[in-house]
Design a protein around this ligand. Sequence first.
Ligand code: SAH
Length: 214
Amino acid sequence: MIDSYRHKGLRRQLIDELKEKGITDKAVLDAFDKVPRHFFLDSSFMNQAYTNQAFRIGAEQTISHPFTVAFQTSLLELQRGHKVLEIGTGSGFQTSILCEIGVRVVSIERQKELFINAKPKIFNLGYTPNLFFGDGFKGKASYAPYDSILVTCGAPFIPQDLKEQLKVGGKLVIPVGEGKMQIMTRLIKLENGDFETETYGDFSFVPMLEKTAK
Ligand code: SAH
């Protein structure tokens, strides 16, 4: 796939749009400049890759809106060297944004087709996250504890395993709610094991589902 000057120009425009919508984290904006979003979409959507839209990526799933990716990533307040768990690899775009920021990424996807498609795209860009086919409700205990956990599907509740796999001071960003809309929620783990909870408005995600699918 080709990353042309035109694509790079479109990315700059998208970054201006993200800034207008309130994204200020420089590491996040720089990552949007580097990662070619069009690599993660079907060729039929190529021309709209840098508009603020969600697209189908197969297995009835969607790649999140660029603003949603930028907003969730900003809420993690990442620093280089952090270890991050992502639930819902999907297209691999969000995974690549995290890798570009310079954090260690562990990502889980429950749809076999998406897991298989995302892997070569991410690795061809030179990123080396640990990718797993599995059920994100359980997290990935063997790599825990995490500085941040990012859930990119709408969760019916906050999974206990994810809370346990977070470091003290770590952040869990998770859209919570059944049905069409979810409330963007950020939990910060306190020293006594409790959580401070903040909410950041309504978003719409595909549902977080139990178990894996072929
Ligand atoms: N981060 C993705 C967003 C994809 S949409 C991107 O940038 O493209 C959300 C994804 O979460 C879907 O691919 C869906 O299959 C996946 N998902 C849903 N429930 C899951 C679960 N329990 N464990 C892992 N992945 C899950």
